[in-house]
Design a protein around this ligand. Structure first.
Ligand code: ZN
Length: 116
């Protein structure tokens, strides 16, 4: 299990309950990313990961904002430009048209990320 960023936890006034939630969420996240495959229900995987990122933001006491999601392009086989996207942290994501998860043929590629 990954250790929480203690400086950030203190800064964000993360409670003990939230810490527990975060540990569970990060375990779930690790497993989801590890098991992800473009051949196995990519749309469901994207939706599940998206929900996890919103739950992480809530428990970190950050606004639920998809523009600040950081794991969405870490799925196995995602072809979105991760360098461009990490430079655009806090701005709408760039999706690769041919990405099996986020490409033009999938629901996620067609719309700007909606609210939770
Ligand atoms: Zn992608």
């Amino acid at each position: 299990m990954a250790q929480l960023n203690e400086a950030l936890a203190a800064q964000q006034n993360v409670t003990d309950d939230q810490r527990e939630q975060l540990n569970t969420l990060y375990d779930h996240l690790e497993q989801l990313l590890r098991d992800s495959s473009p051949e196995s229900h990519p749309a469901e995987t994207v939706a599940e990961l998206r929900l996890l990122e919103f739950q992480l933001q809530s428990n970190w006491n950050f606004p639920r904002d998809p523009d600040f999601h950081v794991y969405w392009d870490k799925l196995n086989g995602c072809r979105c430009p991760s360098t461009d996207n990490s430079e655009r942290f806090g701005q709408p994501k760039i999706h690769a048209e041919h990405c099996p998860y986020h490409g033009a043929h999938t629901w996620a590629g067609n719309t700007r990320p909606d609210s939770p």
